[in-house]
Design a protein around this ligand. Structure first.
Ligand SMILES: Cc1cc2nc3c(=O)[nH]c(=O)nc-3n(C[C@H](O)[C@H](O)[C@H](O)COP(=O)(O)OP(=O)(O)OC[C@H]3O[C@@H](n4cnc5c(N)ncnc54)[C@H](O)[C@@H]3O)c2cc1C
Ligand code: FES
Length: 253
């Protein structure tokens, strides 16, 4: 883990309620695994809010990294108002990332809302390693979707919206259809309700895809010091930041 003062390179709207920020931070951009996260101090003085906020690496490019973030509260509100040249304290990379198979396979990536954030980088690496990739994103409306241009062109991008403003209508886990049969591995990031529903669907096909998920519990410290991110798993209590955020879906749901 590295601690750095990053320089904000850009901070642009991505879709309704979400922005993409690129930051220059050579140490925090080095040796990042897909699905790892970075902690960002979202205040000038480190006092309000006191704790840094956790964000998945959305993309990494040399000595720069990007986060895709929803503006939901005090910290992300502060970040949304920062501009090019502003400085932000960050530390990372943290946590255990996703494990891509050694043999070329069919990878199904499933993102609920901003849970899609770590999956673009995952898709880029998977394509480079010779895998076939389908990425499914569930969102409330068409205005909350990441555009198709965000993905490598080799990725088949499937969207599902709750209100049907982009078809099909419903929750992403209701539309796995032929993709769950096609997939040799499944990777997902999103809210707990999505994981629960995903576990129910995948149980019916014998759990053969060994699905890995990225959990997004509240993380005050991000590196195992505060125990604020403890969760119950089928193997006992685990710290989401240090033991995760990658878990086997069926160990938790
Ligand atoms: C490992 C990890 C990776 C994450 N990656 C991303 C990411 O890539 N993009 C992104 O937008 N967010 C991500 N999050 C969630 C992000 O950390 C929170 O949205 C952020 O801390 C909110 O800070 P705030 O000060 O703006 O909101 P607060 O004022 O602290 O809270 C505002 C609202 O957001 C809710 N909230 C706070 N923390 C979380 C959380 N962890 N998950 C869901 N809701 C939360 C609160 O319950 C409250 O309703 C991630 C969280 C974790 C633990
Ligand atoms: S966030 Fe502090 S122990 Fe996990």
């Amino acid at each position: 883990m590295n601690i750095e003062t990053a320089t904000l390179l850009s901070n642009e709207p991505a879709y309704e309620g979400a922005r993409i920020a690129w930051l220059h931070a050579p140490g925090v951009s080095a040796n990042v695994q897909p699905g790892q996260f970075v902690m960002v101090h979202c205040s000038h003085d480190g006092l309000d809010p006191m704790f840094a906020r956790a964000f998945s690496y959305y993309r990494v490019d040399g000595d720069r990294f990007a986060i895709l973030y929803n503006v939901v509260g005090k910290g992300t509100g502060w970040l949304a108002e920062r501009g090019r040249g502003d400085q932000v304290r960050v530390y990372g990379p943290l946590g255990n990332g996703l494990r891509l198979p050694d043999q070329a396979g069919n990878l199904l990536l499933i993102g609920g809302g901003v849970g899609i954030a770590p999956l673009v980088d995952t898709a880029e690496r998977a394509i480079a390693a010779g895998h076939q990739v389908v990425a499914m994103m569930g969102a409330r409306t068409a205005a909350h979707l990441l555009p198709a241009s965000a993905w490598p062109k080799e990725v088949e991008y499937v969207v599902v919206t709750e209100d049907g403003s982009a078809r099909p209508k419903g929750f992403v886990t209701e539309h796995l259809g032929q993709y769950q049969e096609w997939a040799s591995r499944v990777y997902a990031c999103g809210p707990s309700a999505m994981f629960e529903s995903l576990a129910n669907v995948l149980r019916q096909n014998g759990r053969r895809q060994r699905p890995e998920i990225l959990m997004e519990e509240n993380m005050p410290c991000g590196w195992g010091m505060c125990y604020g991110c403890a969760i119950f798993t089928k193997h006992g209590v685990r710290l989401c930041c240090k033991d995760g955020p990658r878990f086997n879906l069926f160990d938790v749901f």
